[in-house]
Design a protein around this ligand. Structure first.
Ligand SMILES: C[S@@+](CC[C@H](N)C(=O)[O-])C[C@H]1O[C@@H](n2cnc3c(N)ncnc32)[C@H](O)[C@@H]1O
Length: 283
């Protein structure tokens, strides 16, 4: 039988050999997950001997993490906007910088009487579910080209008790919206990595986030361009577009806005100071 302290040491060594950053922290997190305990339990019981099934589960987690599978896919969850989200291999893991869209979206919608918004590429649902959770009077439609992702978004809407205010539909950008809509806001974190950059991404991202969530298969700007060109057909006059972008795309994105159609174009930086989100208002 092996104790908590010994199994942490051994598995941290394994993770380190496989180039996992912060192997000790990762080993502890995975052990806490396998034992369904918190960190305090690990600290308080270093001599606890793992049962055979606990050891088997933990070893399978260490094997997956050594293969660079992100912790969140192993755990099947990720916190975002202080809410819990289910994540499966069918959706991108919610990233902290994407909370910029939620923050700006809430500010826009909180003063509107019956706010109605749309998300293109809803994925796990983290953006739309968070906004609906904040603004109880809001309703939304979430679109995604991936049917599997839409199923995860549905689960997350149910988990966070907003599913009665969310409609979901499979669509390539706006293609399946049957009529021109009158949204107050359109939000999107589109796949914006140029396809030629995908091989150079870290293994955790390249090999595990869905390819269709990372890249448009082209220069990374094609869906951004569609959103800028087609959103005016689905927004109220004075409505807003909030969109995330890649780290060096802001200049190109700025040039895509027709200044006779859009006003108040503003870029917001993430915690690293990189322009990460654009906000624009329709005339
Ligand atoms: C970067 S992920 C964002 C997911 C989620 N909104 C988030 O912020 O974590 C992009 C999402 O867009 C979807 N997508 C990719 N191409 C699309 C398209 N042409 N039309 C609609 N959705 C698309 C992907 O399936 C994926 O769920």
């Amino acid at each position: 039988m092996i104790t908590i302290s010994k199994v942490i040491q051994d598995s941290a060594e394994t993770l380190k050999r496989n180039s996992i950053v912060e192997p000790m922290r990762e080993a502890k997190s995975l052990l806490a997950l396998a034992l369904e305990k918190d960190m305090a339990f690990l600290i308080a019981h270093p001599e606890y001997e793992l049962k055979e099934d606990e050891l088997n589960i933990f070893q399978s987690y260490i094997k997956r993490r050594s293969n660079h599978e992100p912790f969140q896919y192993i755990a099947g969850k990720q916190e975002f906007w202080r809410l819990d989200f289910i994540v499966t291999p069918d959706v991108m893991i919610p990233r902290p910088e994407t909370e910029l869209i939620v923050e700006a979206g809430v500010k826009i919608l909180e003063n509107i009487e019956n706010p109605y918004f749309c998300e293109v590429g809803i994925g796990s649902g983290c953006i739309t579910v968070s906004i609906l959770h904040e603004i109880k009077k809001a309703k939304a439609i979430g679109l995604d080209i991936s049917e599997k992702a839409l199923k995860v978004a549905k689960l997350n809407a149910e988990k966070n008790k907003v599913s009665d205010r969310l409609e979901l539909a499979k669509s390539d950008v706006f293609e399946n919206l049957t009529e021109d809509k009158n949204f107050d806001l359109i939000v999107s974190n589109p796949p914006y990595v140029p396809s030629e950059d995908v091989p150079g991404l870290q293994a955790e991202v390249r090999d595990f986030d869905p390819y269709v969530a990372l890249t448009d298969g082209k220069d990374g700007l094609s869906i951004i361009k569609k959103l800028i060109n087609e959103s005016p057909n689905h927004l109220k006059s004075g409505g807003f577009l909030l969109m995330e972008m890649g780290f060096n795309q802001s200049n190109k994105v700025r040039e895509m806005f027709d200044l006779e159609v859009w006003k108040e174009i503003e870029f917001f930086a993430d915690l690293q100071g990189i322009p990460r989100m654009v906000k624009a208002q329709l005339f």
